[in-house]
Design a binder for this molecule. Structure first.
Ligand code: SAM
Length: 277
């Protein structure tokens, strides 16, 4: 029994009589040529253990297994388990499926550096990205499909309208690049917007966990009032004195600051305890 002997994903889905559930962000990739392309973008996978979130009917899962990976797939919708079990028996035990919510699954129970590859459910894609960026695991790479607007925010440069908290956090921790754009019609059913795959590779000079926590406080304050000057948006964290200590212009606004400048601010704030809740 081999993976290649499985029916096309669309046929398997139809035979199982499974429709897409909107509230679970279900937009499937049924074209194996596309999912193989995503698996290739995720790098050489032979012998690698990969985490996939939301395998659904298993189009991407099949491509990852074909590329020689061992896959730990986390799926919230139990209706897909029989389809995934079929894929499992054809891949020499290289597929492990966890029926769980990826938002709450215990990350420390997963292999500590395993890369993540996923066509993410859009309704929870940003919180999942933040969880993985700041969480206890250190994936060697993340190759993730987002709706295009979120993908643009992840890679946005200072001064652009997409630049915000997510851009600073992602780029402080990783090198982030859009590696593939897909039109809505590539999915079944098609979502309302186009999509893009972002590849995130950890920066070798990753800031400490304390600095990341401080960075989140700074970006929340700065972008929470993005039209204001830093001296007032950062008032609660030290305002003018904080900017001076970090060598920054207190009259600047959040969207003009580089990631490096945010890291300087975070280093200063790191010493200051957060206010009582
Ligand atoms: N990987 C499949 C593909 O490319 O065709 C399906 C992708 S679909 C965009 C998102 C998948 O994530 C669905 O299978 C959905 O059931 C699953 N999902 C949604 N929310 C989830 C969550 N919180 N935890 C785990 N899986 C979730």
């Amino acid at each position: 029994m081999r993976l290649e002997d499985l029916p096309p994903v669309r046929e398997a889905l139809e035979a199982a009589g499974l429709g897409a559930r909107k509230r679970l962000g279900q937009h499937f990739l049924l074209d194996l040529n596309l999912t193989r392309k995503i698996a290739r973008l995720a790098g050489p996978l032979e012998g690698e253990t990969v985490i996939e979130v939301g395998p659904g009917p298993g189009g991407l899962t099949r491509a990852l297994l074909e590329a020689g990976a061992k896959v730990i797939a986390i799926e919230k919708d139990a209706r897909f388990l029989p389809l995934l079990a079929e894929i499992g028996v054809r891949s020499d035990g290289r597929l492990q499926v966890l029926e769980a919510d990826a938002l709450t699954v215990d990350e420390t129970a997963l292999p500590p550096t395993a890369p993540i590859v996923a066509n993410l459910p859009y309704n929870v894609a940003s919180p999942l990205a933040v969880k993985w960026l700041t969480g206890p695991r250190r994936p060697t790479s993340m190759t993730l499909m987002f709706q295009k607007e979120v993908a643009r925010r992840l890679v946005a440069a200072p001064g652009s309208k997409d630049y915000g908290r997510l851009s600073v956090l992602a780029q402080a921790l990783c090198e982030a690049r859009i590696v593939l754009e897909l039109p809505a019609r590539a999915f079944t059913p098609p979502p309302k917007v186009d999509s893009a795959v972002v590849r995130l590779l950890p920066r070798p000079d990753r800031p400490s966990d304390a600095q990341v926590a401080a960075l989140q406080r700074v970006t929340q304050a700065a972008f929470g009032q993005r039209r204001k000057m830093l001296r007032s948006s950062l008032a609660a964290l030290g305002g003018e004195a904080l900017c001076a200590a970090a060598g920054l212009d207190p009259a600047a606004r959040a969207e003009t600051l580089t990631v490096e400048s945010y890291l300087k601010l975070a280093s200063r704030v790191e010493q200051t305890p957060p206010p009582p809740a």
